[in-house]
Design a protein around this ligand. Structure first.
Ligand code: AMP
Length: 224
């Protein structure tokens, strides 16, 4: 099962992607996570990517495209993959589609999460990361994902860990606006990539204004 997941930052790609990954037993391949892991390990890739990420700019296609093409050939992708955060622009979409055609790899589903820009921005700024597990959702602006508050301190709603973190690029409004500018750009940006796929495969659209439970149920009805 091979899936692409699109949505503006803040729309819940991580959360809803996990729902599908759990269902199909496939890994969630998140370009942002791969870059951040490389940054924290101080690898050459991380050093190169950091400057772009801090400003909310895209890491150059020449680095990102080969990185993903080799990632989906790793052992854990034998049953398929869900890509989150890639393709991020039309150039990546065209290169990726061409690579899939060449290697006769089927793209089973393309999912587009719909959320307006202002709501997405608020959700990003409210995001809090659990120090123990990246996939534990905590958000001070999303009712369903509120962290636990005790004596003025916040704790992970899933495992109770203290010391919830924020990502620097999540608290920088200029960087958020830049990331959303790239996403909502229908000319060369991520929506241009979504439109490129709409001309080739059926794209499933999901309204993410609803709660996590309803959106997850709708998603599971559509992706079988
Ligand atoms: P994310 O975790 O998806 O918000 O990604 C964080 C940052 O990683 C982005 O703002 C970009 O700088 C970089 N990044 C993530 N995915 C891509 C991609 N497909 N192409 C280029 N840069 C990316």
């Amino acid at each position: 099962m091979n899936i692409l997941m699109f949505g503006p930052n803040g729309s819940g790609k991580g959360t809803f992607g996990k729902v599908l990954c759990d269902k199909f037993g496939i890994p969630q391949v998140e370009t942002g996570v791969i870059f951040r892991e490389n940054i924290s390990k101080g690898t050459p890739l991380g050093k190169e990517a950091k400057g772009y990420i801090d400003k909310g700019e895209l890491v150059p296609d020449g680095i990102t495209i080969p990185m993903i093409l080799s990632r989906i050939k790793e052992k854990d992708c034998a049953k398929g993959w869900l890509l989150d955060g890639f393709p991020r622009n039309k150039t990546q979409a065209v290169a990726f589609w061409d690579a899939l055609q060449k290697e006769k790899i089927k793209l089973d589903y393309v999912v587009e999460l719909i959320l307006d820009r202002e709501t997405a921005k608020k959700r990003i700024m409210g995001r809090r990361l659990c120090p123990k597990d990246n996939n534990h959702p905590n958000n001070i602006y999303v009712k369903a994902n509120l962290p636990v508050e005790k004596d003025g301190k916040l704790y992970c709603r899933v495992c109770g860990s203290p010391g919830l973190l924020t990502r620097a690029d999540d608290q920088d409004e200029a960087a958020i606006d830049k990331r959303h500018g790239i996403y909502f750009d229908t000319n060369k940006g991520t929506l241009a990539a979504v439109n490129y796929f709409k001309e080739r495969v059926k794209v499933i659209q999901l309204d993410t204004e609803l709660g996590v439970k309803e959106v997850s149920e709708n998603l599971l009805k559509l992706v079988k």
